[in-house]
Design a protein around this ligand. Sequence first.
Ligand code: DON
Length: 588
Amino acid sequence: MIGRGSAVLAAAILAGSSVLLVRPAAAAPPGPGQQQQQEKRPVAEGYGGAVATVDLDASKAALGVLRRGGNAIDAAVAAAATLGVTEPYSAGLAGGGYIVYYDARHRRVHTIDGRETAPKAMRPTSLEGIPFDDAVTSGLSAGVPGSVAQWELALRRFGTLSLGEALKPAIEVASRGFTVDQTFYDQTASNAARFKDLTSTAKLYLPGGAPPAVGSTFRNPELADTYRQLGRRGGSWLYGGRLGAEIVATVKRPPVTPGSTRTVRPGLMELSDLAAYRAVERAPTRVTYEDNDVYGMPPASSGGSTVGEALNILQALPRVGVHEYLEASKLAFADRGKYVGDIPGVPLRQLLSEGFAKERACLVGERAIPAPAAPGDPDGSYGPCRAVPPESQKPTPAEGPETTHLVVADRWGNVVAYNITIESTGGNGIVVPGRGFLLNNELTDFTFGPAPGDPNLPGPGKRPRSSMAPTIVLKNGEPLLAVGSPGGSTIITTVLQILVNRWDFGMTLPQALAAPRATQRNTAQTQAEQGFIDRYGPELTARGHSLVLNPEIGAATGLEFLGGGRVQAVAEPVRRGGGSALVVSGHR
Ligand code: DON
């Protein structure tokens, strides 16, 4: 266990242990020559703007925009649209996402909610009784896409480029093609059984009946054309126009391959649902951890509230170690499940209050709290410790590793943390014929029910509860960190663990991202990567935790502002094939 103020000692302990996965080269700042080459590397340090994504093409798209004088929002939209080409199973124009944005001129943090919505015809019972996998590959799971409205709002409010200009790098990559890597191949192969059952998807992603080979060039001219037209016609082409009508037709009559025995249920989406969609600016969540102001995404994301509550609980404890990290996360997830969703009256202020955190923190002892732990009572009246009996056992929710997170900073000091997703790897598996993009299955993030009182049941126009947690940290009003991850509900624990690694365990940001992870989401077992089990298993088991292997948790990206205009951009060194960090200039 590591006490507060022992950061140096912690760093020394960790540096000598096997938990660090950082490649030695990663810590060295790039020379100007190396930077020019723009090779795929997980860490870059420098000036004038920085980006980190999971993908070199997407990072280059953002860097190009920054170099041509665009700002962080312009570059983030360009990178997200490029990820729609090169990471099409995680991101795309028919998905949704959340942007947390630091506006340097006004020194304010904003958020833009581009979460998908349920169609007006959706009811709390609409998903009841449907096997999860069947719901995923269906028209029913497709939410009204949010990304395009979000891009337009972000560019209009904070950007300098038009949508058409911001889409140019993505159009270029879709037209000229990108090199298929192992991750793309594996994701296609793991989806092949359902892709082949949908004519438009098989045509695009199983050319010749098989996934494109590693090392081959993959082009998507139909997506290039869709982006081109979107740039020219604007978002109304989707939100009520011809492209929208094609999406609705695809959702209502999925193009099932003749002879396939797969049941692909039709969806409820109408053109009027698309016309009614709005991206929304919302006030960020904020908690203060030590001297750091941590800003995140408010409901219907549970990202900001759950990361924030867990940090508050940790802050109320005398010591912070891995046991405390898991316990704080367990308790915060108990409250997330009961209180957070797209409903009126989420007790956000209380969930993020010091009083509530103290009441929750006093449940943390030497031994692990039996899970699932019961939710607390964020009623504004907090007293001495209340023992709460554990809840009855529920299955651990299934979570894939998909979705993606990117970070961008520009020369003016603006910062973006941006999660974009189509939910499962490959979304609902249905490509809109002739348009080159997959639909999302975000509505499977709703609770299927029956679950009386659950805040996350489906409903007309509702946004499914998300765990996406793009996070920006300010210190004394200046950006200090930006961080986020994919991974469904493990996003929350990954962001929390990176912050704890950085602040309480004395790691650098590259070390904090690379270190082995564990995720405790109020379930009987804590999932953990092998390196974490090796390092902490005996200590945690002795304290009543049960660890089970999860081979890979999250593929995060982050930025650290080092002072004097110097920025460190960080991507994964290993997970998901490693990411790409780039800076505008290695020198001032
Ligand atoms: O919004 C969410 O929390 C998820 N739909 C994000 C998707 C994701 O990370 C993939 N994993 N299930």
